[in-house]
Design a protein around this ligand. Structure first.
Ligand code: PEP
Ligand code: MG
Length: 845
């Protein structure tokens, strides 16, 4: 039988793989190879299980041939990746009236009855699909439960409980195979990343009973804590028990190791304890993984029934991978490859500061860690619209479904009325690192009326601000103080190994000193994009900025800019000091000027007061600055050429700040980037003025300094003309946000309205603002890179659009020979790991 690929006795050399028989089957074979005490087991392949679901049963006599007559069996699921789950295991198959009599003699009536009652319970609920409540009430202990369970079975089905072990086994196999093919099981595993046609293997194993004379029982052991990843012997043991009883065995369950809190297996059965530790340690070393082991002790002898990877959160996963590598069990490269980059999100999220007072509106299940504040929205479309407006939102739904995924990506957190830890919202939330609270049923959700009512009756409507604490399952009123993510040493160690492997640079997009500190904390190799416009939105500067915009002539404008200069200089000095000598790329002002002006009547009146102008004059001037299509209007370099004093002020601030930084021990060669270029002449004109300012600052200060001039390639023409442009620019950074907008002729602010429909109907495979369009936009990147380097072989190339942190964009940039990518500070660790994995993948072939 061991050579049959579909119904296989698991021996050291049986033809078994995780891809054909599932992870559990493969793991059991590994245990057999280590000569560990595993009960006799037969594995059914994915193909065999598919056939069973279609009604084609295997030869039952053949299947049962390795087992002794009358032996009790159990069946467990074996999916390719154990994380994809599977139907529940069923124990004590073969139990019937005759076996009851035999076992009652050997083990005593109560124990035999418990074995039988447990099987009847599982069979009734999982195979015959009878009402679980009926059987839960009956219980599974002793003779009274057994008689009651048999009676209930007969009453509900009008048939006696099946007595033939082969029939019992066939029905169990059939029900487990069918359960796997069911729609809800499929959706659940797909949400965990399984392909739609993922296979299920089954293992049929002889039962080590856990009941009887001498020390008998069952338990679970693991060598680490699944929450922290730290070394800690964890598990419980319960005498006269089966399966995972010990884990819900309450006060009767023993600790494994000697423990002041109560009796332990180590005291009760020292030899069995010693063997267990030796087996678990051997499994860790040889299976090269932290395993949770299910074991049974029969008259003092240990049997290992099963081993599964210790369930772990992302923080523990990182620590476990690092410890296995530090112990020499796996290589550092393997440790790096074991952590999906997106898993780092979970470690990187902000948390609510629980030392401060909080106003709790409701509670639910803490389904995905981290905390976020935002305005309430009640649909995925509204979440996308909010994101397009750059407004943080919390998506509130009764429950989520695959149609909500885009909205979930757009939201800062998700709250649902229904669901638990494995519901759609929870699984997806954890997958994408989105804080999530589910099952908040103590609150009232009126999705159509767009109302959410707290447990104390307070009503929140669309647009109200709440904070969601996904780590503790709380919905908090308003904005609350959030703590930055803390990074432990294992995380830092893993990323330091990543940095040794990767061959593409990772910088951060950072506009403020706070962003820069986060970037530095996450070991970004510099700032790849500082959007200077954000610096002007603070209140003290906005009025001066508006004065500058309203200036009638160059002289007035210069006067206003002179007041902005020290503020900008201070901003840049702080940025340079924070980055302590790492490169910083500053983009000159980009947005159209009217973005700095108020848009409503009250705002106009305030401006009129501040500037001492008649209201009508302010309104007229604001209206006159309006453009039909501002994103294609006077912005970026066009502004720099039409109103050159602004760029003059900015570059002066940059130079003076770099002199300050050098004096304070953080010398830097600032990188100045011109936005929205489409022609070489634009770059030449700006460069001429920058050189004049540089000469003036050198003359005034006597200090010498250098700078690098580069261009943001975000118009298709700039990509096409990269060869000319690179004659004047020493670096090109592809701004894929605008480049995507202009390549598709698709407004990045309005695409949310129809993007879901487009993706649903297959027009776009993905939202191109989210996932780089490698076919179209990607071709422009490659053309631009090639043409740019033709003019200047050492031209520095990078990408700084939102795509920069996506692992697939990093793969693209790496293949195209880019020097670095720049992404938001929180994505830097993910990008560092993703880049390392790409390099390792290439090295290992
Ligand atoms: C871009 O266009 O890709 C970019 C990074 O700049 P912004 O998003 O500021 O337009
Ligand atoms: Mg842009």
């Amino acid at each position: 039988m061991q050579n049959d690929p579909h119904t296989t006795l698991i021996t050291a050399d049986a033809p078994v793989t995780a891809e054909t028989h599932g992870g559990r089957t493969k793991c059991l074979q590994r245990l057999v190879r280590l000569e560990l005490p595993v009960p006799r087991t037969v594995g059914l392949s994915f193909d065999a299980v598919h056939k069973i679901a279609r009604g084609e049963m295997p030869d039952m006599a053949f299947l049962l041939s390795p087992f002794e007559a009358g032996e009790l069996l159990c069946v467990r699921p074996s999916s390719e990746d154990p994380d994809w789950g599977g139907p529940s295991a069923i124990l004590n198959i073969g139990m019937n009236d005759a076996r009851f009599v035999d076992l009652a003699e050997r083990l005593g009536k109560e124990a035999a009855a418990s074995l039988y009652a447990r099987f009847v319970h599982s069979y009734a609920v999982l195979v015959a699909r009878l009402d679980p409540d009926v059987f839960d009430e009956i219980g599974m202990e002793g003779q009274a439960s057994l008689s009651e369970a048999l009676r209930a079975y007969e009453e509900e089905t009008d048939e006696p409980f099946p007595q033939d072990p082969a029939v019992q086994l066939a029905e169990v196999l059939r029900s487990m195979a069918r359960a796997w093919e069911g729609t809800s099981a499929r959706l659940l595993r797909q949400a965990k990343g399984a392909p739609a046609d993922a296979g299920l293997g089954l293992v049929v194993q002889s039962m080590a009973l856990g009941f009887g004379a001498g020390e008998c029982g069952s338990g679970v052991i693991q060598l680490v804590d699944g929450q922290t990843g730290l070394e800690q012997l964890t598990g419980r043991y319960l005498s006269q028990s089966q399966g995972r009883d010990a884990l819900d065995g309450g006060s009767e369950a023993l600790f494994l190791e000697r423990d002041p809190r109560g009796p332990s297996l180590e005291d009760l059965a020292p030899q069995a304890f010693e063997d267990l530790i030796a087996y678990a340690t051997l499994m860790r070393t040889k299976l090269r993984e932290e395993m949770q082991v299910e074991f049974v002790i029969e008259d003092g002898r240990v049997h290992l029934l099963d081993g599964v990877r210790v369930a772990r959160n992302s923080r523990a996963a990182v620590r476990i991978a690092v410890r296995l590598a530090e112990d020499g069990i796996i290589t550092r490269q393997e440790a790096l490859m074991r952590i999906p980059p997106s898993a780092l999100n979970e470690l990187l999220h902000k948390q609510v500061d629980r030392t401060r007072a909080r106003d709790v509106a409701g509670r639910g299940v803490a389904a995905s860690p981290g905390a976020a504040t935002g305005r309430i929205v009640f649909s995925a479309a509204e979440a996308q619209a909010s994101a397009a407006r750059d407004e943080a939102c919390i998506l509130v739904r009764r429950e989520t479904s695959p149609e909500d995924i885009r909205g979930m990506h757009a939201a800062k957190a998700v709250l649902t009325e229904r669901g638990g830890m494995t519901s759609h919202a929870a699984v997806i939330g954890r997958g994408i690192g989105l804080p999530c609270v589910v099952g908040a049923s103590e609150m009232r959700f009126q999705i159509r009326k767009k109302l959410l009512t707290g447990r104390d009756g307070r009503v929140f409507k669309e647009g109200d601000v709440i904070t969601l604490d996904g780590t503790h399952g709380e919905i908090l009123v308003g904005e609350v103080s959030l703590l930055e993510a803390t990074l432990d040493d294992a995380f830092k160690t893993l990323l330091s190994w990543a940095d040794l492997e990767r061959d593409i640079g990772i910088r951060a997009n950072a506009d403020t000193p706070a962003d820069a500190r986060t970037a530095k904390n996450f070991l970004a190799q510099g700032i790849g994009l500082c959007r200077t416009e954000h610096m002007f939105f603070e209140d003290d500067r906005l009025t001066v900025m508006r004065e500058m915009i309203f200036a009638e002539n160059s002289e007035d404008r210069r006067a206003a800019l002179e007041r902005l200069l020290p503020v900008q200089r201070a901003d840049f000095t702080e940025l340079f000091m924070t980055m302590a000598g790492l490169p910083v790329c500053i983009r000159l002002l980009d947005p159209p000027l009217h973005e700095f002006l108020p848009s409503d009547h009250a705002g106009h009146r305030g401006l009129a007061e501040a500037l001492d102008l008649p209201l009508s004059e302010v309104t007229r001037r604001v209206e006159a600055m309006g453009e039909y299509n501002p994103m294609l209007g006077m912005r970026g370099v066009r502004l720099g050429i039409a109103v050159p004093e602004i760029y003059d002020m900015q570059v002066r601030a940059i130079f003076e700040a770099s002199i300050n930084a050098a004096k304070s021990g953080a010398p830097i060669v600032p990188e100045i980037m011109i936005p929205l270029v489409s022609a070489k002449r634009e770059v030449e004109l700006v460069k001429m003025r920058i050189d004049v300012v540089a000469a003036a600052v050198r003359a005034e200060t006597g200090a010498d300094f250098d700078y690098k001039l580069g261009v943001m390639v975000e118009t298709p023409r700039a990509a096409l003309r990269a060869q000319d442009i690179a004659e004047t620019a020493v670096f090109l950074s592809f701004g894929t946000n605008d480049l995507t907008q202009m390549t598709y002729g698709l407004s990045r602010d309005d695409a949310g309205r129809f993007m879901s429909e487009y993706v649903k109907q297959g027009v776009f495979a993905e939202d191109p603002f989210h996932t780089l369009d490698v076919d179209g936009v990607g071709e422009l990147l490659i053309l631009g890179a090639r043409r740019g380097r033709a003019a200047r072989p050492d031209l520095v190339l990078s990408m700084c659009g939102e795509h920069g942190g996506n692992p697939e964009s990093i793969a693209f940039c790496r293949a195209a020979g880019f020097d670095y990518v720049s992404c938001s500070p929180f994505r830097v660790p993910v990008a560092r790991l993703a880049a390392a994995q790409l390099a390792i993948f290439d090295k290992l072939g």
